[in-house]
Write a new protein. Structure first.
Length: 233
């Protein structure tokens, strides 16, 4: 690998303040301000397995023109899964979260008795990492332990937290490491690399510059499809 040129180094230094400024603005709320969990549509009728998604705006489908094109719905319909997706904009394990226990997302998921649970959390916790630190890791593990205890027959699929800018604060890799270790501890399937699925492709972002557009969700569905096929799903 050749050493970066002076012009490239200068460009990187110039872009860093812009990134930090963007993160500072977003940090006040996360990716889209969070509200209390709203009732999600119940899983459709049928004989297929119920598949629940514990996630934030990137799993809710914010930025898409319709829920039908978000990655969770695309892969569910392809497989005959009955999707339950109560994901919430701006939500983290701690970030923008006021409810722990009755009425929170793990509780709503447990009520549905799903056969498969996807965990795609962690992105928004980067915006509170300096203040909340290791409490994020603790809550991550508290949530998964509650889900596993209540759903002992469910298959858990833990996904590397998504990310959305080409430059990444150090917290991204820290939280990814915590998520991977959590998955290994409970014996869950783990999907690595998801934080880079739409990296370096601005054409896959919605007009807000924060969330995928329809094409972005199509790419996420394609990548998720390949990972699930590798897992035999």
């Amino acid at each position: 690998m050749t050493a970066p040129s002076a012009s490239r180094l200068s460009s990187r230094r110039a872009s860093r303040p812009a990134l930090l400024g963007l993160l500072a603005v977003i940090a006040s709320a996360g990716l889209v301000a969070c509200a209390a969990p709203a009732p999600a549509p119940a899983p459709p009728e049928g004989d297929g397995p119920i598949v629940a998604f514990y996630g934030d705006s990137y799993t809710l489908g914010t930025g898409a023109t319709d829920d039908s094109v978000r990655w969770s719905t695309v892969i569910s319909e392809e497989r005959g899964w009955r999707e339950y997706n109560p994901s919430v904009n701006g939500l983290g394990y701690l970030r923008n979260r006021s409810t722990f226990g009755d009425g929170d997302l793990p509780d709503l998921i447990i009520e549905q008795g799903p056969d498969i649970v996807f965990v795609t959390m962690g992105l928004n916790d980067n915006f509170g990492y300096e203040q909340e630190g290791a409490r994020i890791e603790q809550q991550m593990n508290d949530d998964i332990d509650r889900l596993v205890e209540a759903l002992p027959e469910a298959r858990f699929i833990v996904v590397e937290p998504f990310w959305y800018t080409d430059e990444r604060p150090e917290s991204v890799e820290v939280i990814i490491g915590w998520q991977r270790a959590m998955a290994e501890r409970i014996g869950a399937d783990y999907i690595a690399g998801a934080s880079r699925w739409i990296e370096g492709r601005p054409e896959l972002m919605a007009s807000d510059g924060l969330h995928p557009n329809d094409d972005g969700y199509a790419v996420m569905a394609e990548r998720m499809r390949a990972e699930l096929e590798a897992l035999g799903l």
